[in-house]
Design a protein around this ligand. Structure first.
Ligand code: SAM
Length: 238
């Protein structure tokens, strides 16, 4: 999958995308991340990409011409994917949207700065708008990284264990069960006995009940819409 990212701070992306699973996914050619510096498309010697808002008021607004030229460049280079503006005013990003984006072969992510982008650029070029939550970041770069990271791990072959994404929190409307690793006793607290007895049916049952219990305590809003199999319903009635 190809991610083209348009930003005035391409260097922000270098280190976070060069570690762990994303690094491996890039090395294996499962994802490609191309960074475009919007400043390269400014037409003055100061590489200006922002200007004062018409009508007055605080802050600066990203000019439409460099943004447009940057989108047209990545389009001309062959990326026909959805142009997504990262903005606090967009659709609230979720695992469901990550799954939707993971079915596409390429995306173009536009990172705003300052007070945001000129409305004419937004209206003409941005086919989708995503917000990573109800708070304000200084720029869209972290939001773009959130999208790249969460979409990439859903692509075939990116996670070492293919089951892992299917059993994560939000893969259905449940939080994941609590997890334990060695040592068996840590500061006087034992791992639950059931996890050490090798009985896989019992382990699955225990994990399911713990996932439901945790979801009920922390995110009852999720649970209300979850559907259970007959076998799961029997476990819940016990
Ligand atoms: N003045 C804008 C407003 O009130 O809607 C906020 C601008 S914010 C300081 C600068 C840039 O950060 C935005 O253009 C956007 O690209 C990015 N940004 C900020 N918060 C975000 C969020 N929650 N999700 C996605 N992008 C965000």
């Amino acid at each position: 999958m190809l991610f083209d990212v348009l930003t005035i701070f391409p260097s922000l992306f270098v280190s976070p995308l060069e570690e762990g699973i994303l690094r491996k996914a890039r090395q294996e050619g499962k994802i490609r991340i191309q960074l475009t510096d919007i400043r390269d498309f400014a037409d003055d010697r100061h590489a200006t990409t922002d200007d004062r808002p018409f009508g007055g008021g605080e802050g600066m607004v990203m000019k439409p011409e460099p943004l447009t030229a940057a989108v047209e460049k990545v389009r001309a280079a062959g990326n026909t994917g959805r142009v997504i503006l990262l903005t606090p005013q967009g659709r609230r990003y979720s695992q469901e949207i990550a799954r939707e984006l993971a079915t596409e072969s390429s995306l173009i992510l536009v990172c705003g700065r300052y007070e945001g982008v000129d409305e004419r650029f937004r209206a003409a070029f941005c086919e989708d708008e995503l917000s990573i939550g109800d708070y304000i970041l200084t720029g869209g770069e972290l939001a773009a990284m959130v999208v790249i990271d969460s979409v990439s791990r859903l692509l075939p072959g990116v996670l070492g264990c293919p089951d892992s994404a299917e059993r994560d929190t939000f893969s259905r409307r449940l939080l994941k069960h609590p997890q334990y690793t060695r040592p068996r006793n840590f500061r006087g607290v034992d791992v639950p006995e059931v996890l050490t007895n090798g009985n896989h049916a019992e382990i699955e049952g225990y994990r399911f009940i713990e996932a439901v219990r945790r979801t009920l305590a922390r995110r009852p809003d999720l649970l209300i819409q979850e559907e259970f199999t007959p076998q799961e319903s029997r476990l819940l009635q016990k």
